[in-house]
Design a protein around this ligand. Sequence first.
Ligand code: ATP
Ligand code: MG
Length: 404
Amino acid sequence: MTSFVIHYQEIALKGKNRPWFLKRLVRNLRRAVADLDVKEVKTVMGRIELVLGPTADPAVVGERIGKTFGIANYSYAGRAPLDLDAIAKAILEDLGDRTCKSFRVSARRADKRFPMPSPLIEREVGGRIHEARGWKVDLHNPELEIHVQMLTHDAFYYFGKERGAGGLPTGTAGRVACLLSGGIDSPVAAWRMMKRGCDVTFIHFHSYPILSRASQEKAKQLAELLTRYQQKSRLYLVPFGDIQQQVLLAIPGPMRVVVYRRLMLRIAEKIARMRRAQALVTGDAVGQVASQTLENLAVVGAVATLPLFRPLIGMDKEEIMDEARRLGSYNISIIPDQDCCTLFTPRNPQTKSRLHEIEHAETALPIDELVAKAVAEVEVLDLEFPVARKKRNPPVGDSVGTLV
Ligand code: ATP
Ligand code: MG
C-alpha cells in the first residue's frame, strides 16, 4: 500500500468556502509531513490522498495525520485497477497472513459511471475474498471492514478507519493569543481553540530572575508540544517579577491576584494586537480557584477590550486532566515549578472583588508604564514542527526554537 486516504467531515459542510477550507487542510497536511518521504498530498474526488515515497514509515505518517485538525477519519490504503478481479487480488495480497473471524466489504462509487451498484461490488469482491480465505461475512458487526472506493480510472481499498482529530483546519478561523501558564489548564484551552481552526500564539508570564527558569522551560515544552498541531507557533515570554513586586508594595493582599491577572491581560492584549490576534484565551474554569469565581472572572475580564475566550469554563478539573493526558501535556504540566502567581499570592485572596474597588486600588500603580515596560522586555521564541528537511544544521530532537 502506498497511500493514505483522508476523509474530511465538517469542512464538507462549509458551502461556498469549501474549496478554501480544503486548500488550507491540504496545506496543513503538507506541512505536517514536510520532513517525511511523502510524494504528494492532493484532493481526489471528495477525499484527500497522501502518496507515500518508498522510505516513508506509515506509522509515523499516520501519527502526523492524526494530529491534523479538520479530518474525520483516515486509512492506510492501496490503489488497484478498476476491475473487480484486480481489486480482490490486490486486497488479498495486502492482507498477507492477516486472519479474522468475520469481515465485510463496503463499497462506494466516487465516480458513479462504474457500471455496477455498490452492493453488487461488495458482493463480488467479498465473494472472492471469502473464497480465498474462508472468512465469514458479517454485514452488521464484522471484525474487519474492507473498504473499496471506485474512482474514475482506478480504485482505493483499505482496511478499517482511524478516527481523525476532528475540528477545523488550523488557521481557517484566524489567530488568537493564549495566556499559557505552566499549569494543566491553559494548554488544553489552547488546544481546543486550535481544534476550532484558530492559529494560537502563546504568552507566558514568568518571574525570572526572582524565580528559576523552570516555568519558562515548561511553557516552552508545552508550546513545542502544541506546535505539533499547528506546525508554526510563536511564544512570548514576558518578565513579570518587577510588576509583581510593585503590586506587592501598592496593593492590599486580598486584591493582588485579581490585579495580577488584570495586568497580565493588559500586557497580553498589547502583544495580541501587535500579532494581529483577534481574541485572548485563558484556561479559567468557574470556581476552580479563588481568581475564578464569577465575580473575579468578571472583574478580571473587564479590563480586556479584545474578546476574551475561556474554552474550559464549564469543565471539571478531572475532565480537563483527562484531556491533558490525551493531548500529552499533563506530564509536562505537573513538573514542579514556582509559578509566578503562587509566589506572590496571599493566603487570603478576595473571592468577590468589586470592579470599582479594584480600579481604585490600581490608581496606586503606574499601569501604562508597567505594561509598556513588560511589552518592551518581551522575549520571542519561534517554534516549528517538523523542521523542514531543506533547512541546514538540523537540530537534535523534533522541533527547534530560535530566538529572534
Ligand atoms: P492550573 O490551575 O492547573 O495551575 P492554570 O495555571 O492554567 O492551570 P490558573 O493558575 O488558575 O490556572 O490561571 C488561570 C489562567 O490564567 C490560566 O489558565 C492562564 O490562561 C492564565 N495564567 C495564569 N498564570 C499565567 C502565567 N504565568 N502566564 C500566562 N498565563 C497565565
Ligand atoms: Mg496555575
